[in-house]
Design a protein around this ligand. Structure first.
Ligand code: NAD
Length: 278
């Protein structure tokens, strides 16, 4: 299956559907990523704080898949934004992954009280220029943080990876991204199972109409909205199901009905607020 790609401001292409490994324990990551690669995923989203980069790296090495067919993302954790720490952090991540570069390196949260996210971004620019990450971006950044990065460095993030699902669409961030050529990645794309998305009539109705599962409908909604998405499951049948989303299309009305799930007041958020995580 050829997964569609999205072109980043670096000129590089990112597979629009990938596999996320948040909360996959270190000793299960190798198996989970091996199975995901067998299913057909070529884009893996990990992070230093997930503490499973070694398992991801072991699965990549064992797979024998050529490096240029893979898209690997990792992230700089919040306590390493200051000074030259990001340089040490990327080298540690690369060591654990067994790679000489990643395809995308992200700062994980702005942690605004620390006020080190602009420094972190400057270091990511150096990391990109040194060839250690082909593209660079951020995660959980709001327009006020993004504006500051661009004003102080002149470099626009290729990606902002944010909590995004039908109940929490962050229209202010997606509008900023659209205006500035930044692509959006949806984390928690299925609401992490914490929001009753699958029972929602707009999702359940489309699932019935297309003979697909509610999870497949939600993944399809992300793809059709143009977001990059990497649902997580350690169950092989769900990995396969989540990858099997290219043989149907939601109608414009179905997409609009799912758009309308967002309560619009932020109450659909299932994770931390970027201004509160410090
Ligand atoms: P998700 O929305 O992908 O939900 C995962 C959960 O959904 C699974 O644990 C499982 O219980 C359920 N699920 C998966 N497939 C299913 C299916 N087919 N049917 C029914 N239930 C299903 O949440 P997530 O894992 O938090 O997000 C995906 C990825 O986003 C992560 O693995 C990670 O890579 C990334 N992420 C990033 C941040 C960040 O701050 N940047 C935060 C959280 C997650």
């Amino acid at each position: 299956m050829n997964v569609p790609t999205v072109t980043l401001n670096s000129g590089r292409e990112i597979p629009q559907l990938g596999f996320g490994v948040f909360l996959v324990p270190a000793d299960e990551a190798e198996k989970a990523v091996t199975e995901a690669l067998e299913v057909g995923y070529r884009h893996i989203d990990t992070a230093a704080i997930y503490k499973n980069e070694e398992g991801v790296g072991a699965a990549i090495a064992k797979s024998g898949i050529p490096r240029d067919e893979l898209f690997i993302t990792t992230k700089l954790w919040n306590d390493r934004q200051a000074g030259d720490e990001p340089h040490a952090a990327i080298r540690e991540s690369l060591d654990k992954l067994g790679l000489d570069h990643v395809d995308l390196y992200l700062t994980h949260w702005p942690t605004p009280e620390k006020d080190t996210y602009v420094n972190a971004w400057q270091k990511l620019i150096e990391i990109r220029d040194a060839g250690l990450s082909t593209s660079i971006g951020v995660s959980n950044h709001l327009p006020e943080h993004l504006d500051r990065l661009v004003k102080e460095t002149g470099v626009v993030p290729a990606i902002d990876q944010i909590e995004l699902h039908p109940a929490h669409q962050q229209a202010d961030v997606t509008a900023w991204a659209e205006a500035n050529g930044t692509k959006i990645e949806s984390w928690g794309p299925l609401g992490q199972g914490k929001y009753p998305l699958f029972e929602n009539p707009a999702v359940a109705g489309a699932a019935d109409a297309h003979g697909k599962s509610p999870a497949q409908v939600v993944i399809r909604w992300h793809l059709q909205r143009g977001f990059v998405v990497f649902p997580k499951s350690v169950r092989r049948e769900r990995m396969a199901q989540n990858f099997d989303v290219f043989d149907f299309e939601l109608s414009a009305d179905e997409v609009r009905a799912i758009d309308a799930i967002d309560p619009g007041d932020g109450s659909g958020r299932v994770g931390a607020h970027p201004l509160e995580l410090n």
